[in-house]
Design a protein around this ligand. Structure first.
Ligand code: ADP
Ligand code: MG
Length: 494
């Protein structure tokens, strides 16, 4: 990606500048009713071992059967990542012993994954767009879970997750700051949620990342990396990278070297800790699973899936910018979640003159509605203000019936008590006064009562703001500030 090094992203060490290099391996749980190789339910929150088939429990002689929906989900994801779709791929056994893995191996894809190289575009905080390469995406089984807190002397095993389909999405080492890594995960999560291939619920562990971090002097070859396992929040990913990069820089500046190792991030202490070194790394003895034929499908099958994909965030963002005149930033905020984008489009459709006030509507959705929802910790689906009500408020501002200030009061009333905004404006007498005659009287009175201020304003025209404020106050905010301003200017001769 970055041919040239952006000095803003460099980290200052004692002996000079350093560049951090980051690559992520994201595990995303596939949205499907049943598991990758069995018919058992993937439902979350069942009683322990409620959703376990004989295959998931690895009973002797049981054979895995591929779940077509999981394959389709992986292909959809590959298409969303603009990636190479491999019409033929293979499943391998990754052998290791762990009490929550009754098979003694995980079925995964090693040499020949279902999805090859792709790209994710990210919007970085400085407003530019960067591209992060995808190395591959492969399908694999999740393991079960050990429960250590149920019995004083024993650990229990819950196999509900055993065999649930995961997509491992491996990025290239293309990210150069914690901000880029966070933007990448946020964007990936957004794409998966649009596609409906993973719910992106990081709290439940349905999306988690292994974070690979190394540092180097700008322009030098890549340094040795450490891998921070299983980080399950975007904020923690950022914190783990910041800590890890500085830890590595300190070691190198003190004359040491980085050993490749696996580490864990401790969010309470804000630090990463060693888990195992490369010497202790497993040799998984991968080999093709003899119980499964190579996975093959046709280009026509891929085309069929492609034809049903929804509009994805990048395309939607471009359309919002081009069709509704939005800034890239506002468009990005609106398309991050499909529900927000849909809400915005429903507001637009409800306007008297659809699309006319695209920017105004975006401001109201983002600043007033989202702002208020955030404050209350509510989801957009639970918004007390409907798309039709918000459209009516935007219409009232757009056509000059109410001022922006009154509109905020009106929004507050609709939020707390509900009602039809147009009817409320009538019944509460909120209409903006545009009749200059009515304003003129007030303006004259204020000018007559404040000769000293008049002097000052003539000397320093910015002081006209004081007069505008007085007029607004005496009219209860219902006059059009621009009209007041114009009138005052002509009256004061400035
Ligand atoms: P392995 O096969 O040992 O798991 P990979 O080449 O698959 O290694 O890389 C795993 C992850 O580590 C990828 O996401 C990749 O981008 C990242 N990565 C590789 N080299 C580096 C490096 N020097 N610094 C940071 N990340 C790296
Ligand atoms: Mg790897």
């Amino acid at each position: 990606m970055n041919a040239t090094v952006d000095p803003k992203k460099l980290i200052k060490g004692v002996t000079g500048d350093w560049e951090v290099v980051i690559g992520l391996e994201v595990h995303a749980q596939v949205t499907s009713n049943s598991k990758l190789f069995s018919g058992a339910s993937t439902e979350f929150g069942g009683a322990p071992n409620e959703h376990v088939s004989l295959v998931d429990a690895a009973m002797p002689g049981m054979l895995p059967v591929i779940n077509e929906e999981c394959v389709a989900q992986a292909i959809r994801t590959g298409l969303g990542l603009k990636a190479q779709i491999n019409l033929k791929s293979t499943f391998d056994r990754k052998n290791y012993f762990y009490p929550d893995l009754p098979q003694g191996y995980q079925i995964s894809q090693y040499k020949s994954p279902i999805i090859g190289e792709g790209t994710v575009l990210i919007d970085t905080p400085d407003g530019s767009t960067a591209s992060v390469g995808i190395e591959r995406l492969h399908l694999e089984q999740d393991a079960g879970k050990l429960l250590h807190d149920q019995h004083p002397a024993m650990s229990y095993v819950d196999l509900n997750r055993s065999g649930v389909a995961l997509m491992e999405i491996v990025s290239k080492p293309d990210m150069r700051s914690s901000e880029e890594a966070k933007a990448y995960v946020a964007k990936l999560r957004s794409i998966l949620r649009y596609l409906g291939t993973c719910d992106g619920d990081m709290e439940k562990g349905n999306l988690r990342a292994d974070v690979n971090v190394s540092v180097r002097r700008p322009g030098e070859p890549f340094g040795t990396r450490c891998e921070i396992k299983n980080v399950n929040s975007i904020r923690f990913i950022g914190q783990a990278i910041e800590f890890e990069a500085r830890r590595q820089i300190e070691i190198i500046e003190d004359g040491g070297t980085i050993e490749q190792e696996t580490r864990l991030y401790d969010p309470n202490k804000g630090e990463t800790r060693s888990m195992r070194s490369k010497e202790e790394a497993h040799d998984y003895r991968y080999f093709p699973d003899p119980d499964l034929l190579p996975l093959e499908f046709t280009a026509a099958y891929v085309e069929e899936l492609k034809s049903h994909l929804p509009e994805l965030p990048d395309e939607k963002r471009t359309r919002f910018i081009e069709s509704f005149g939005l800034t890239p930033y506002d468009a990005g905020v609106l398309v991050a979640e499909r529900e927000s984008a849909d809400f915005y489009e429903a507001v637009l459709a409800g306007l008297g003159n659809a699309g006319r006030d695209g920017k105004l509507a975006a401001n109201w959705v983002i600043n007033e509605l989202f702002g208020r929802l955030n404050k209350e910790g509510q989801e957009i689906a639970a918004s007390p203000v409907s798309t039709a009500q918000l459209a009516a408020i935007v219409d009232l501002i757009g056509e000059g019936t109410i001022s922006g200030k009154i509109a905020k009061d009106l929004f507050e009333i609709v939020w707390t008590k509900g009602g039809d905004p147009k009817a409320l404006v009538e019944s509460l007498g909120l209409k903006q006064v545009t009749d200059l005659g009515a304003i003129e009287k007030v303006v004259d009175e204020i000018i007559a009562a404040n000769p000293d201020k008049v002097e000052q304003a003539r000397a320093k025209p910015q002081l006209i703001g004081w007069f505008v404020g007085q007029v607004m106050k005496s009219s209860g905010g219902k006059v059009n500030p621009q009209a007041v301003n114009d009138l005052l200017k002509s009256k004061l001769g400035i």
